[in-house]
Design a protein around this ligand. Structure first.
Ligand code: SAM
Length: 275
């Protein structure tokens, strides 16, 4: 007898795909080759996992919900090349993934932003990603400077990848139905970003500090993050950036130049690591 799946836990972002047409569209977008490895976050009841197993050489899937993990172990026995791991995808040892892994996932929305940052950090091992996200987050990924959606996530996404909005997905395609809109996004990771960023951690800190006080000018946002006034003035002047501008108007290139300028000798303390 087939085991009964455990009830959905909304707290864990459990909105399961029930529309097989959407599953097929996601897998088609990933353009998997039979020799590739796929990493899936949150296999849930396994609908996407099964379709991925049909296309890829190896599927590594990490599920936080222990009961769902047990259910999957029972129901996916026939997928010999599936490696199920129990645990939090935020704690996953990404360095263990083989090179050029393809990430395909219907992400748990409550934790999608930190998961995206984790995946970008691990991009040396990732070739491309096809991700279901809350539409609001998907829009931020591809937002251009000067728009309302443009923020930390846009800058770090576009620094790490070429991102495209692929297609929207109706709430009717999930059980239980989510209260928010959903969209699928494709991302091709940049092995070596185009920009001259010598210290990536510092670049990230600069972007975070610049957006920390979104309604303030760039200069004031950096000052409020504890950077000395002279240093901020000097760095903005060196970078050729008008201090009255707001972070959301800066291009990727300008953030890179600003990060470099803030690091110059005599520049004083750097933006806080956890800002
Ligand atoms: N892939 C399935 C599908 O498309 O039907 C389920 C997707 S559901 C939106 C998200 C899944 O992620 C759930 O199975 C949930 O238990 C799991 N999950 C939630 N938080 C997680 C985390 N931090 N690490 C790994 N899995 C997580």
């Amino acid at each position: 007898m087939m085991p009964v799946p455990p009830p959905a836990r909304k707290r864990l972002g459990q909105h399961f795909l029930v529309d097989l047409n959407i599953v097929r569209k996601i897998v088609a977008l990933a353009e998997l080759h039979p020799d590739e490895t796929v990493f899936e976050i949150g296999p849930g009841r396994g609908v996407l996992t099964r379709a991925l197993c049909a296309e890829a050489k190896r599927v590594i899937a990490v599920e936080l919900d222990v009961q769902l993990g047990e259910y999957l172990r029972e129901t996916m026995r026939d997928c010999g090349h599936l490696e199920l791991r129990s645990g939090d995808a935020l704690e996953f040892p990404y360095e263990e993934l083989p090179e050029r892994t393809v990430v395909v996932a219907n992400l748990p929305y409550y934790v999608s932003t930190p998961l995206l940052f984790k995946l970008f950090e691990a991009r040396a091992r990732i070739d491309r990603m096809v991700l279901m996200l809350q539409t609001e987050v998907a829009r931020r990924l591809v937002a251009r400077p000067g728009t309302e959606d443009y923020g930390i996530l846009s800058v770090l996404t576009q620094y790490s990848a070429v991102a495209k909005l692929a297609f929207p997905v109706s709430a009717n395609c999930f059980r239980p139905r989510p209260d928010v809109g959903s969209s699928v996004v494709s991302l091709v990771l940049r092995r070596r970003p185009d920009l001259a960023v010598h210290d990536e951690a510092r670049f990230v800190r600069t972007v975070r500090a610049s957006f920390a006080h979104r309604r303030k000018t760039l200069a004031n946002s950096l000052l409020d993050e504890g950077l000395p006034q002279n240093h901020v003035r000097q760095a903005l002047a060196q970078a050729g950036i008008e201090p009255k501008r707001r972070a959301e108007t800066l291009t990727l290139q300008e953030f890179a130049i600003l990060a470099e300028a803030l690091s110059r000798p005599g520049a004083g303390p750097q933006p806080k690591a956890d800002g």
